[in-house]
Design a protein around this ligand. Structure first.
Ligand code: ADP
Ligand code: ZN
Length: 338
């Protein structure tokens, strides 16, 4: 069991031993019951392992439908209602067991119910393990945009169990790899070398987690540094929005966004062609560039309404060299590649 203790809560990464959870849990929580929020897919596939992991606990389970649609006010409200019906109390604990959707949804419930009850993340996708379970952001979508309603909620701890990843579809696995490549591109170039030389393993997972941990540790509330995590996301969010979140997955959208940011970087003399080439070949390796985009101009309106953007121009993340991101302010007309 590996423990990362750089944040105000620990992140545990377990290679394969189901028994370590119980000790971790009892070291952090004075409770013998827990309310598990999960989705249908995860519960069907991993119920057994989960029950083994938590065999000393009394478990109440709430299962929601898989998919981004569950990050809604309706599901949020019904989840709260269900928890209250099941007699949840202020000093109980919620376990978010699933991908990014479950972490955000159950996390926001834990942040709001009784003004906050304890939360544990057990992320089950690559994306959730390296990205969304770290950094304390939780929230739901409203009709005008993703994650527009939310909170900062520190979990008691995050427990990442590698074998959960074995059941991911190739597309879901690759989707998370986009964030792993991003971590390498912006902060730790050795991740890029690793991905070129070997297949994904715990050491790469830990390195990618450390990128997020280091950035968030220095800048939790997104002043300058945390912005580098948005590499590829300015256009990526616009793509997701333009395509209604359905057809294109987050990792695929940000890969297209990263590709665009690399080409724009070349245009402004920030990125050199060999950096672009190295990163594009990795996106290809994980089949992340299979979508055909509309004309880039059609996304520019959407980019301007990204909630991260201010009046004084668009802050845009570029890659200077592998492992080093820089932020430049762009005017709208600067966004066109040619
Ligand atoms: P994210 O990609 O942000 O983590 P989701 O929470 O929507 O997004 O998870 C993506 C999809 O993968 C969902 O359909 C979810 O049910 C499914 N899923 C999550 N974890 C696993 C797993 N370990 N094995 C198989 N499918 C999973
Ligand atoms: Zn992302």
């Amino acid at each position: 069991l590996k423990a990362i203790r750089d944040l105000s809560y620990p992140i545990y990464i377990e290679q394969d031993n189901v028994k370590t959870f119980q000790e971790v849990f009892s070291n952090h929580v004075n409770q013998s019951r827990a309310f598990v929020v999960t989705d249908d897919n995860v519960w069907t596939l991993h119920r057994q392992v989960f029950m083994e992991m938590t065999s000393n606990l009394l478990i109440e389970t709430i299962v929601v439908k898989p998919g981004e649609q569950s990050k809604s006010f309706e599901v949020f409200e019904s989840l709260i209602q269900t928890l209250i019906n099941k007699q949840i109390k202020r000093d109980d604990v919620i376990i978010a067991f699933g991908g990014g959707v479950i972490g955000d949804l159950a996390g926001f419930v834990a942040a709001s119910l009784f003004r906050g009850i304890s939360l544990i993340h057990i992320p089950t996708t690559v994306l959730a393990q390296v990205d969304s379970s770290i950094g304390s952001k939780v929230g739901i979508n409203v009709s005008s945009g993703k994650n527009l309603v939310g909170a900062f909620k520190d979990p008691v701890f995050v427990y990442t169990f590698m074998p959960f990843l074995n059941t991911l579809t190739t597309r879901e696995f690759n989707n998370g790899m986009a964030e792993v490549i991003k971590a390498g591109a912006i902060y730790d170039g050795s991740i890029i070398d690793d991905l070129q030389q070997k297949s994904f393993d715990m050491s790469i997972l830990v390195k990618a987690i450390m990128v997020k941990v280091n950035v968030v540790k220095k800048d939790k509330y997104e002043h300058e540094l945390r912005m580098i995590l948005n590499f590829g996301h300015t256009l990526g969010h616009a793509i997701e929005k333009a395509h209604n979140y359905d057809v294109i997955k987050h990792g695929e959208a940000i890969s297209l966004g990263m590709k665009y940011a690399l080409l724009l970087g070349e245009k402004y003399g920030i990125t050199d062609a060999s950096t672009t080439k190295t990163l594009l070949s990795l996106f290809d390796k994980y089949n992340l560039l299979n979508h055909t985009l509309n004309d880039i101009n059609s996304y520019i309106e959407f980019m301007k309404v990204d909630k991260k953007q201010r009046q004084d121009g668009l802050k845009f993340v570029f890659i200077e060299s592998i492992g080093k991101a820089v932020i430049r302010r762009l005017k709208e007309e600067d966004l066109y590649v040619n």
